[in-house]
Ligand binder design. Structure first.
Ligand code: MEV
Length: 310
């Protein structure tokens, strides 16, 4: 291997986060914000010109175990960390895409190995983020057979997630970033503890699954009114699970006047929300007026790719 640059997109979850960890369906879309990673074999491992500190880079510790030797690692990111937009999955996927670029590594191996890194660092996870980052475009996890071409299955600790390509109709999504860094691991752990102490937690998780299945049908029909309503319902269910926060609720609430629907996206606890709309300027204005940072995402983004190799 010589010098290789690869990139992978961030993602947003349209429906089903958290419940997907427990085998329920979910929908994710790759977004036009990417992480790039350049790897160069070297006499010691460095990260962006500094010596490698394992405490600061738990994801890299996990991935470097797959490396044939020390590397100079250079990364650039368009995705704020802890924003709910899949920065850690995009980093893992871009790193491994660069590392495997000399093999004929297929996407299933890439998505699985990037997921193993997420699992190791977060403690518990589903393969949705790394699969969206690997495949790009849109994916359905544990969706019905007729929702799209089967891509791969990933199994961990007796759970199997089936990943399918999902055709995404033309739609405009505005992201509102709260500016609050909210790593995924503690929020996934919060839901695990809630399930232990609350008898209704599994009912809520089941309802998220039902809302998501209905959302997959609405997506297939291009029914944005129905999809938006289901997204807002999902936000309410996620709030009951305890993963929303005042800042997210404020941005969701402010967006609803000009949207089909709105919800938190990703792990919650801060991070970002999304609104489905055909009035993006007005939604951006509402988000800004409540202290969030808005941007309109472009969908149809390609998955992990090698950009340069020499
Ligand atoms: C995070 O983007 C999505 C969660 O469902 C965690 C996971 O599926 O690994 C909260």
């Amino acid at each position: 291997m010589s010098r290789v640059t690869a990139s992978a997109p961030g993602k947003l979850i349209v429906l089903g986060e958290h419940a997907v960890v427990y085998g329920k369906p979910a929908v994710a879309i790759a977004i036009d914000r990417r992480i790039r990673c350049t790897l160069t074999p070297y006499n010691e491992t460095t990260v962006n010109g500094r010596s490698f500190d394992p405490d600061k880079h738990p994801y890299l510790v996990s991935m470097m175990r797959r490396s044939p030797g020390p590397m100079r690692i250079e990364t650039t990111s368009e995705i704020p960390p802890g924003s709910g937009l899949g920065s850690s999955a995009a980093l893992s996927t871009a790193f491994l895409k660069a590392l495997y670029s000399s093999d004929a590594a297929d996407d299933k191996r890439l998505a699985t190995d990037a997921f193993l890194t997420e699992y190791e660092v977060q403690g518990r996870a589903s393969p949705i983020d790394t699969s969206a980052s690997t495949h790009g475009m849109g994916i359905a996890v544990n969706g019905p057979e007729n929702c799209g071409e089967h891509l791969w299955d990933i199994t961990m600790n007796g759970n199997t997630w089936s990943v399918r390509d999902l055709a995404i109709p033309k739609m405009t999504i505005v992201v509102g970033y709260t500016g609050i860094h909210a790593p995924t691991g503690p929020l996934v752990e919060k839901v695990r503890r809630y399930r232990q102490k609350c008898r209704f937690a599994d009912d809520i998780i089941g309802e998220i699954g039902t809302v998501t299945e209905e959302g997959m049908t609405a997506l297939r029909k291009g029914d944005l009114v129905r999809l938006g309503k289901l997204m807002t319902d999902d936000h309410k269910l996620l709030s009951i699970l305890g993963v929303s926060c005042d800042e997210l609720n404020k941005l969701v609430d402010a967006s609803l006047r000009h949207s089909y629907g709105a919800k938190l996206t990703g792990a919650g606890g801060g991070g970002s929300m999304i609104a489905l709309t055909d009035e993006p300027e007005k939604v951006c204005g509402s988000i800004t007026s409540r202290g969030g940072t808005p941007f309109v995402v472009r969908t149809g983004e390609p998955g992990a790719m090698t950009e340069h190799k020499n």
